[in-house]
Design a protein around this ligand. Structure first.
Ligand code: SAH
Ligand code: SF4
Length: 350
């Protein structure tokens, strides 16, 4: 059965037209889906019962079922494990900052890129999410926030999966998230994070959106990056940084580089100097995040003194840098970790 969140507004009109219903019915249903964010067709009170019954018989109102939730000890990070209707599990996270409410969404179940340090990479690829399944994660949190008088303000595509390897669904989802008749989140409040799929970055740049781009860099030499982020063998650093320069020139926004600090591995002065040389003259920002340890990777988070020294060296080299504390570390809110903890046995064949 088709998930109603996979339909565009035009497709919903077409479906209703096929049932002999006028287009204003489709608009009403759309409002129930995106404005009121109802959890059942029965809640669509101005829609005749016959149409509601047909909707329920022929479509799914969403594909996500909450399996578990965990809240960090400071109460600011909420992590959900969600089950898709074929039983596959994904995770999504809501982070409450002072003013922002940011949802971290998954774009795939599992991930084929296989970054050594990443819990999602360690579990392998399961399947792509549909655009509706991506949008629905945002609806899920927005519904919860609105019930407490709040509102979802930002979205980051930094959950499970590599967004650029599910390009079409991700772009459709971004447009729906941004659409004022959809969820209505400003383009500048949406961030796509990629491990460095160069053709994807170029295609994304050419879309002419103002969506932010984050690139998970983690190493400034090909030798080290080949080991940490395996797709570097296909798209090495020179090509990646050239694509980032193209983004900055075309879109006029800075690129954010993510860097998980691994003790003694990528927190050396050699890596800092190589990074400074690589990023020279590029409008960018580096986010340093101490590694979140995972079972499948031996590396440890950098000692605080090494974090400070690495950040100080970048500053000296004129690279804007922020050290981020891992949010929700006590609930394993790192990429893929709740999912991994829930049971590795059903990762591939659920
Ligand atoms: N696939 C995309 C987006 C999802 S990963 C990407 O790689 O960019 C979101 C971020 O979490 C990435 O920056 C990734 O490198 C980082 N990450 C993954 N595992 C981590 C870990 N164990 N500790 C710190 N950061 C991690
Ligand atoms: Fe995939 Fe991103 Fe994890 Fe790498 S860090 S394995 S690209 S989800």
């Amino acid at each position: 059965m088709r998930n109603i969140y996979d339909l565009s507004a035009d497709e919903l009109v077409d479906m209703l037209a096929g049932w002999g219903e006028p287009s204003y019915r489709a608009r009403q249903i759309w409002e129930w889906l995106y404005r009121h964010k109802v959890a059942s067709f029965d809640a669509m009170t101005n829609i005749p019962r016959g149409i509601r019954e047909r909707l329920a018989a022929e479509t799914l109102l969403g594909n996500l079922e909450e399996v578990s939730r965990s809240v960090s000890s400071d109460g600011e990070t909420l992590k959900k494990l969600l089950k898709l209707n074929d039983g596959v599990l994904i995770e999504s996270v809501l982070m409450r900052y002072e003013r922002r409410r940011t949802a971290c969404l998954s774009t795939q179940a599992g991930c084929a890129v296989g970054c050594a340090f990443c819990a999602t990479g360690q579990m392998g690829f399961v399947r792509n999410l549909t655009s509706g399944e991506i949008v629905e994660q945002a609806i899920h949190f927005a519904r919860e926030l609105e019930s407490e008088g709040g509102r979802l303000s930002n979205v980051v595509l930094m959950g499970m999966g590599e967004p650029m390897l599910n390009y079409d669904a991700v772009l459709t989802a971004i447009r729906r998230l941004n659409d004022p008749h959809g969820i209505g989140i400003g383009q500048r409040h949406i961030t796509l994070s990629t491990a460095g799929v160069v053709p994807g970055i170029r295609r994304f740049t050419a879309e002419g959106l103002q969506v932010r781009l984050a690139v998970s860099l983690h190493a400034a030499t090909d030798e080290l990056r080949d080991r940490l982020v395996p797709l570097n063998r296909k798209w090495p650093l020179a090509d990646l940084i050239a694509a980032c320069r193209y983004y900055v020139e075309r879109v006029g926004r800075r690129v954010t580089f993510e860097w998980a600090l691994i003790n003694g591995v990528n927190d050396t002065s050699e890596q800092a100097d190589a990074l400074g040389a690589l990023l020279g003259g590029l409008t960018c920002h580096v986010n340093l995040i101490p590694l979140n340890p995972t079972d499948g990777f031996e590396g440890r988070p950098s000692d605080p003194a090494r974090v400070r020294a690495f950040a100080a060296r970048l500053e000296q080299l004129g690279i804007p840098v922020t050290v981020r504390l891992r949010r929700g570390i006590d609930i394993s809110a790192g990429c893929g970790q709740l999912r991994a903890a829930h049971g590795k046995s059903n990762s591939k064949h659920v």
